[in-house]
Design a protein around this ligand. Sequence first.
Ligand code: TRP
Length: 335
Amino acid sequence: MEPTRILTGITPSGTPHLGNYVGAIRPAIQMSHRSDAQCFYFLSDYHALIKCKDPERVNTSSREIIASWMALGLDPDRVTLYRQSDIHETPELTWILQCVTPKGLMNRAHAYKAAVDKNTQEKDSDPDRNINVGLFCYPVLMAADILIFNAKYVPVGKDQKQHLEMARDIAESFNRLYGETFILPEAMIDEKIPLLQGTDGRKMSKSYDNVLPIFLAEKDFRKRIMRITTNSLGPDEPKDPDTCTLFAMYSAFATPEEVATMRERYAQGISWGTMKTELFDYLNAHLEAPRKRYKELMDDPGYIEATLLHGAEKAREYTVPLLEKVRHAVGIRKI
Ligand code: TRP
């Protein structure tokens, strides 16, 4: 049986944190070991430009993300690992898809609507103030990322569900107009994957400034853990594990037996100081070897670059013929 094509993109606009690891990196690495899956993972650097106007940040983040994924165990030989901007077929397909995408569909996109709502609430006379066309057309670029590989499953967070529905709509419009060309992709949303809380107890997200970067130096990593917000219950007072950020972080890494034992110790009233120290020791033991590898990779940008270029070469074995087919289908062909 042909393996199923699975594809996902990571936008390089920040430093990878523990929430990224648990929510996206770890499941993607696990998926890469399945023999029934053919995985395509890429840096969506064109997407980063929509929000991030700091060239150094886009570049540094790209390097950090690839170094992180590889340090945490992604083997680039098992997957196709590439950079969106190396796949020249993607922007061309984006244009062609834009020409079959109703503008009204984009008007309904959550990200665009949220930006308009914000302007309207601020009693701004222009609802489109500070909204670039890139943000407006973002779902079409994302559709092109997926359709150019005819990927079937797309592992994403819940916030991306609507974009996948739009990618299907766009693929259907194209197929209806020009004949069967694209597989209709599906979002792959795993409800079992924990949503990690940040150091202040809200969802871990760079927009809240509450993240725990995966590869902080050991000393800083310890400091951040010690600063995680807890309640004021004293030592020996029983504590509720289910509302506790420390427990959630521990559970995201520990075995079910270890989690059960820790739950017991919460009932017995483990002190916050002890729990923080144990959490640090536990996570640090997991991260020590990858941290070393991360540093080596970060110090060798030439190797990362070569890996991405090699990935792009593999990727274009799929995208070049598909774009040729699309061009032919729409009438862009030899006279
Ligand atoms: N938009 C996604 C995000 O912000 C990243 C992304 C870009 C993506 N293109 C994609 C994800 C294609 C899946 C498939 O998380």
